[in-house]
Ligand binder design. Sequence first.
Ligand code: WT7
Length: 658
Amino acid sequence: MTDGIESRLKEERKFVPSAEFSAHARVQSHAEYASLYTQSIESPEEFWRDQTCDLVFRTRPTSFLEWNLPKAKFFGGATLNITESCLDRHLKTAARTRAAIVWEGEPGDTRTLTYFELHRETVRLATQLASLGVRAGDRVAIYMGMVPETAVAMLACARLGATHSVIFGGFSSDALRDRINDCGAKLLLTQDGAWRRGSVVPLKQMADVAVAQTPTIEKVVVLRRIGGEKAPVTMKEGRDIWWDDLVAREAAPEHRAIAENPAAFDAEHPLFVLYTSGSTGKPKGVLHTTAGYLAGAHVTSKYVFDLREGDLYWCTADVGWVTGHSYLVYGPLSCGASCLMYEGAPNFPDPGRFWQIIERHGVTILYTAPTAIRAFIRWGDDWPNKANLSSLRLLGSVGEPINPEAWTWYHRVVGGGRCPIVDTWWQTETGSIMLTTLPGACFSKPGSTGLPFFGVDIAVVKDRGEPCGTNEGGKLVIKRPWPSMARTLYNDDERFVSAYWKQIEGVYFTGDGARKDEDGYFWVVGRIDDVLNVAGHRIGTAEIESALVSHPFVAEAAAVGKPDELKGQALVVFVTLKQGQTANAETKANLSKHIEKEIGKFARPDSIRFADALPKTRSGKIMRRLLKEVASGATEAKGDTSTLEDLSVLAKLRADED
Ligand code: WT7
């Protein structure tokens, strides 16, 4: 796989959706897309009113937007309970007995929850969360894996107006503790363990370590997923409750009442906080609110995935990331879609697992990440070829730039040449898809994320906000607020304003570099800030560095990305050790373990390199660009490159050149 950014620069192929696909699509031509787009920009109030008329509002909005940086108030006057759009409204239609979640566990067990059942489970849990004292405005942490109960937990919180914060199950105890403490969650929902590649991730044990240092957590609710000695659990008297025992309790009438006939909340009521990485060491608690977020997730799900009756839609993202929030839970459920949810790894018990799942359940829409696609390519065409994938009609990609070779493989081998691909660009902060093609209306170009979605006023600009010309590279910015945008960073309005709205005055800066071509198609290059995208995981270099320097052996550290065929970017760290410490394999293993403890397994570096000193500018700033070159092998480091690199020498050579 040699095609990276260069081939994306040369890519000129266009893939037109089949006449058959377009004939049944929600939006059937480019002209139709363009006219809806124009309406969404020129008359947003009308556009959003028309497009959200199937959602449930207790009181309808009276205004579209009041914008007073950093306060955005969308759909003013509206009140709603988001779960009524996702659950209750479907009970009055044919969707009542339709599968909401078709779940497959890693060991092969399966379960289906109809909309009726998902509603019932949500109400049962919400009732008991109320009995435990969870009230509107409280924060609830969810540290669970890919099981239907995670969706139930999120919906139960939303039903009560409690703000959920899902913490990805790959995070360590320390990371969990910090996130709980940042948002002040009073309750934690977790499970005994989660299956991953045949072994158990001991979520409850990790939660115990975290909760020992979280003064706000009062109760821990534990789902029994694994059971038995594979996932030993210690229940702390008075604090820990088994999920099954909890929902089996007799309910007090007043708790039943708030769960069955839930309150309506203001459009701007906080729905969830989701932590993501930024360019400082402290993760950002991205806050999303109710009506605008729902509107964005709903309308994009409907149009981008072209959802219709009979579809079985599979988003492979973990529910612990924003993709799982918007396109596994809120978006598709608000459309009454049937969603597939899979618990485990794509190569367990063998690399054919995804294709067997598609065949077994008849998946029609698949939404996955380039890093997964590149792994499938490596595992060989036999695995997908062996399965019957004829049920698929639409494919999606998200999370990082897709290289044209991976795109065409996905199109040919998985999609049989007949399925359009939507390459969707968005972020935790945007809440929903911002750039994409509409599958029946627009051609796609491999590697391009396509056109702006409805209501998205997006551009490529220079440092001071002047527009870039056609095909000129620059910064990707969004020029006006959109309904599903993050409203703030939890308890940190100031950082919200400075990180996103002040980098380039008056517009939202995404952190990405991009260009826009002669057809108006966007080509996203990737992050241009200190954030890496490693196998679709967003990792802040500053977070890695602060984890490293908290280790007693480390004097100084710098983390950079290096192009990687499989992961998109690989994480390379340069470390200088304190006097007396030895630069050897054992130290490397220790440092790697340390990062695993501080952040999680997924953040372990791909390579650790020791240096005598880090190259710095005269003002003492680490020369990351130089380190990036060294990491990529573009610049030869002098001296013994295998262990000790004298990067200061290199820096001096560099300074002479400049
Ligand atoms: C960053 C956001 C919300 C999606 C999951 C990741 C990169 C995302 C694409 C795409 C090129 C993409 C960007 C963005 N990204 N989708 N289709 N093409 N790059 O959400 O963790 O908030 O990361 O992912 O760099 O800024 P996230």
